[in-house]
Write a protein that binds this ligand. Structure first.
Ligand code: SF4
Length: 387
């Protein structure tokens, strides 16, 4: 207990008029609040689970000795972030590979429902080989069996996630989509289904169906959130808002679905603090995973014109590495990192060319985390940096 001050303000230990130091009990309470990250400074609600307690301990490396039990398993395995491969091994007990499959879905941002020209950066032909080679015309089962045979010839993998990737995969005739998801899920070797979609394309009926599907296979929903800033969503011509993303994330999580948020770094006008706000708000919503990529320029997109006119300049490699590292530090440690750099075929990628060296960039991100002595989640348990 603090000694009680008398009427003059003196406590008996300190001179009247002097400012007494904060007593031990109060200091302890403040530290406890900080550790819990209670809305003490008006930031996000408490993000730390028992699992994340290793993270502010990381800031003082002396604490990492002898306290392994508080670290999440990926830390104990020597990783700097919660990599997808590690998570899938943990979950399924073996290597699992994601195979892209094309249900031939359109997109409300292309067919005139929300827009006609698509997002500023999107070219489905560049991002989905199936659209380049017409594979999307094939039945889903045939696509997956072919891909599995190719994969088995190259790597020792016998478990797969069918990833419905191109277009908006919850948009269209739901009975047809349900039949395709079920067909994929019932193929031997398929242990789960991932469904890529937009936050404004998750109706109650779709969620009901996905919830049912989730009872007999593992369902991951991949939401194109991209950023928490509406001005950036407008610039990207996404034609949905952050509020719609919040609603979609909460609704999908309530149904027990594994929610992965796609995020873009390097959107013009976003400061580092803006981008870290995206990390923290997604963390506060407890998204299960993120796919991060740098905004890059593909041929035949409207972003190409802006880039050629000098209106848009992609992030430099150094800037991206720094931003990605801080983004990881600001995510909770229990969020799975499904991607850390964007990739596109060399013949479609105009800029930045450094993102073609994907594995090198990944190594540089890890090296930067090591140089800083930090990990995914290192900044999560601390108040966010003010913007
Ligand atoms: S929502 Fe997805 S599929 Fe549709 S235009 Fe945008 S990036 Fe392309």
């Amino acid at each position: 207990m603090c000694p009680k001050p008398d009427k003059s303000g003196a406590t008996g230990r300190f001179q009247a008029g002097s400012i007494p130091p904060i007593c031990y009990t109060v200091r302890l309470r403040i530290l406890k609040k900080l550790a819990e990250n209670v809305s003490f400074f008006g930031f996000d609600p408490p993000p730390c689970s028992e699992m994340s307690l290793g993270n502010h301990a990381d800031l003082g490396s002396q604490n990492s000795e002898g306290h392994d039990s508080v670290f999440p398993p990926w830390r104990r395995a020597g990783l700097r972030y919660y990599a997808l491969g590690f998570f899938l091994r943990e979950k399924f007990g073996r290597r699992v590979w994601k195979l892209s499959v094309d249900a031939g879905c359109s997109c409300p941002n292309v067919d005139g429902t929300k827009g006609t020209t698509g997002c500023i950066f999107c070219d489905l032909k560049a991002t989905a080989p199936s659209r380049r080679f017409g594979l999307g015309e094939l039945p889903v089962g045939v696509q997956l069996k072919r891909a599995m045979a190719q994969m088995q010839a190259r790597r020792k993998v016998d478990a797969y996630i069918a990833y419905f990737q191109p277009g908006t995969n919850t948009y269209g005739n739901l009975a047809r989509l349900r039949a395709l998801w079920e067909e994929a899920a019932s193929l031997p070797g398929v242990v789960g289904v991932a469904i890529g979609t937009r936050p404004d394309a998750l109706s109650e009926e779709v969620l009901d169906t996905l919830e049912e599907l989730n009872r007999f296979t593992w369902v991951q929903i991949e939401l194109g959130v991209q950023t928490v800033h509406d001005r950036s969503l407008r610039w990207l011509e996404r034609h949905h808002t952050w509020a719609e993303s919040v609603e979609a994330i909460i609704s999908a999580k309530k149904r027990g679905l594994f929610v992965v948020s796609h995020v873009i770094l390097g959107i013009p006008g976003e400061t580092l603090a803006d981008q870290l706000q995206t990390a923290r708000q997604l963390g506060a919503l407890r998204v299960d995973g993120v796919k991060i990529h740098n905004l890059h320029v593909l041929r035949h997109t409207r972003l190409e014109k802006l880039w050629r006119n000098g209106v848009f300049e992609p992030m430099s490699r150094e800037e991206y590495i720094r931003t990605a590292v801080e983004f990881l530090e600001n995510l909770p440690p229990m969020c799975v990192i499904e991607r850390l750099v964007g990739d596109a075929p060399a013949e479609f990628l105009l800029a930045p060319k450094w993102s073609l060296e994907k594995s090198l960039v990944l190594r540089e991100i890890e090296a930067e985390l090591a140089r800083r002595g930090s990990f995914q989640g290192s900044a999560w348990c601390l108040p966010a940096r003010p913007s």
